[in-house]
Ligand binder design. Structure first.
Ligand SMILES: [Zn+2]
Length: 362
């Protein structure tokens, strides 16, 4: 989160889908709705528009390869509708507490996000797995094939206008390109490294919070290394459901609060903040993504590369003076570009090799 993170055009479509998910699950939780009521006709009738109702039917009920084969998701929806009234109430409250995610990132967040499943459900139990499968389907299948909305959140039956996973990823990467040239390297918005093997990350994990699987505030493409364990993976971005001590990519960005510092004794990069108010958030982000360790690795590799360049230069020009080496390194520093991956780390390498002690040791 070194660089600003922007919202992209199609986010209203994701927000509309989030509302649809919520409406669907709250309908299933209605005390008057039972498993037998979960029919295609009712799904069509209960959603805000015919387009959304039709789309939900295909998502939940009808196998797209066959007009008669129903999906397991229909059984999951019926299982939720057949829950005892008290459990429906518990799920409803859980959904309402989780749904309005953005308020958890305000200056004074409300009570913590519930980190356990509702009603004391076991994560392996039928109730939770049914609810999770239903919600995650909106992301896995729904967003992959296209949500029933165009970018601005208006329902559409035109499949060419529907917002897809690919469109979201493309728009996000386009908006965050530091060098607009098509052949330029892209930079990961979280670690500042190269955007290799990018994947759309759920900032708040979808395994624990399936209701947020298509949440506009919760999705961002990041590099494979940031996304995988031992880095982020499924690790939580809150302290027991409380977000006070955590940054958020869209709502509480770390821009300006995070600082890289060179530790001369350890020959390492430390992740720091000038502002005591952000210290804990910086430390949590560092731990979540192993930033200090990864940036130290990059620092050492780049330092070694510069060292090799100087060695090569000296072989070619044996009479090279220290001043001439300094000039070459100053040139290296001045040519570093903000549009390149790891530029913040490389700037520290440049500053370090230009100190008199390091320079004479090269
Ligand atoms: Zn990254």
């Amino acid at each position: 989160m070194l660089k600003p993170i922007h919202r992209v055009n199609c986010l209203p479509a994701l927000a509309a889908c989030q509302r649809l998910m919520q409406r669907f699950v709250l309908w299933l939780c209605d005390a008057n709705v039972h498993g037998t009521d979960v029919t295609e006709a009712n799904l069509r009738a209960q959603m805000p528009s015919t387009i959304e109702g039709e789309w939900l039917c295909v998502l939940v009920a009808v196998d797209q390869r066959s007009t008669t084969k129903t999906k397991k998701l229909l059984e999951d929806a019926k299982a939720i509708a057949d829950l005892p009234a008290q459990e429906k109430q518990g799920l409803k409250q859980w959904v309402q507490a989780v749904a309005n995610l953005s308020q958890h990132f305000t200056a004074a967040p409300p009570a913590a996000l519930p980190i356990d499943a509702p009603n004391g459900w076991k994560k392996q139990g039928r109730q939770w797995t049914s609810f999770k499968a239903l919600m995650v389907a909106f992301y896995e299948e729904g967003l992959r094939d296209g949500l029933p909305y165009q970018s601005n959140g208006t329902p559409t039956a035109d499949t060419t206008l529907r917002v897809t996973y690919k469109q979201f990823e493309r728009e996000f990467r386009q908006a965050h390109r530091l060098d607009p040239h098509p052949d330029a390297r892209e930079v990961c918005v979280l670690c500042g490294g190269e955007l290799k093997l990018p994947a759309v990350d759920h900032w708040v994990g979808k395994a624990a919070f399936p209701l947020l699987a298509v949440c506009a505030d919760n999705l961002l493409p990041i590099c494979g290394e940031c996304n995988e364990a031992p880095q982020k993976g499924q690790r939580p971005v809150h302290a027991d459901g409380n977000f006070t001590d955590w940054f958020h990519p869209y709502h509480r960005h770390s821009s300006g609060a995070l600082r890289l510092r060179y530790d001369e004794v350890a020959f390492a990069i430390r992740v720091d903040s000038n502002d005591p108010a952000h210290m804990l958030k910086v430390s949590n982000l560092d731990t979540l993504l192993n930033l200090g360790e990864r940036w130290t690795r990059e620092f050492k590799a780049e330092y070694r590369r510069v060292q090799r360049e100087v060695e090569k230069l000296r072989k070619k020009q044996p009479g090279l003076t220290l001043d001439e080496v300094r000039l070459r390194l100053t040139d290296y520093r001045d040519r570093l570009s903000d549009a390149e991956p790891n530029v913040d780390v490389h700037r520290i390498v440049a500053e370090t090799v230009l100190t008199p002690a390091r320079l004479s040791a090269l």
